[in-house]
Design a protein around this ligand. Structure first.
Ligand code: ZN
Length: 277
């Protein structure tokens, strides 16, 4: 791949959900036009598309495909539902292979009322069930620890330590971690856990955004870098010190920003990336 000429942006990646109003075609065109280096594609953006053609179109624009978002949601009350979840993750692996994405981000899941320990067991079982297919296509599976406020229904893996523990249990080079500042910034053990993940070659992805005060919506009120209280350069320094040299992926779910002009938002992302990341 030809290095991006705009050097300051060569490690900037944007998630398609960040610019939610845009189709995959608009997103790839607009990102490439301003010199963004990478794109992480959310699966909904591929609906109705020939996935391998989309992959070619992205690469033709000199954008690197960083990840496919997302798999996971393994825990469920019944074996039949857990089997359905595993099938969906197998489908995601096929999609990643068609797209040419090296990594799938896993939002691992949880069931309200089910003990978190049981959910973590079901998550490990689910990942192990799809690993042979991931091996066949050489796709990395990146467990994304989620902030504890999502422990009821989105993920039973709520810290870097918990993600490291699942990775230790599975112990496979294709199973690692997507570290997202939004979910892990509060953790007093953060640096040690990032260092451990780096030593074990399992830091697969790094997501950035900011934490708004007050946060008005648990899901869709993320801030642009610099708008909130997360020490993004500090956490970025930790992952880089741990050996991570991949993309800084801007992943912002924000009703406020989604209502704005997406072209202006994209320029604001570029500016915030250069000054607050
Ligand atoms: Zn993330």
């Amino acid at each position: 791949m030809t290095p991006n000429p705009l050097t300051g942006l060569s490690r900037l990646c944007i998630h398609t959900i960040t610019t939610k109003p845009w189709s995959i075609e608009e997103a790839m065109d607009k990102y490439a036009q301003i010199g963004v280096g990478g794109i992480t594609v959310w699966r909904q953006w591929l609906d109705g598309h020939n996935i391998s053609i989309v992959g070619d179109q992205i690469r033709e624009r000199n954008l690197e495909i960083v990840s496919l978002c997302r798999g996971g949601f393994f825990p469920a009350p019944s074996p039949a539902e857990r089997k359905t979840a595993i099938e969906d993750n197998r489908l995601a692996i096929h999609e990643a292979a068609q797209l040419g994405a090296p990594t799938i981000v896993l939002v691992c899941g949880a069931v309200p009322g089910q003990p978190l320990e049981e959910s973590r067991k079901q998550i490990a079982d689910g990942i192990e069930a799809v690993l042979p297919l991931a091996e066949e296509h050489d796709i990395q599976l990146a467990i994304e620890p989620l902030h504890p406020m999502y422990a009821d229904d989105r993920s039973a893996i709520n810290s870097m330590a918990s993600a490291n523990a699942v990775c230790d249990h599975i112990d496979h080079p294709l199973v690692g971690i997507a570290a997202d500042v939004y979910h892990i910034w509060w953790d007093p053990d953060l640096e040690a856990q990032i260092t451990e993940a780096g030593e074990k070659d399992r830091l697969f992805a790094f997501h950035i955004c900011d934490w708004m005060t007050p946060t008005t919506d648990l899901l869709n009120d993320r801030g642009l870098m610099g708008e909130g209280c997360i020490d993004i350069p500090g956490i970025r320094a930790m992952v880089e010190a741990a050996g991570f040299d991949g993309y800084n992926e801007v992943e912002i779910f924000s009703d406020r920003w989604w209502k704005s002009d997406p072209d202006e938002f994209l320029l604001a992302i570029r500016e915030a990336y250069l000054t607050h990341s």
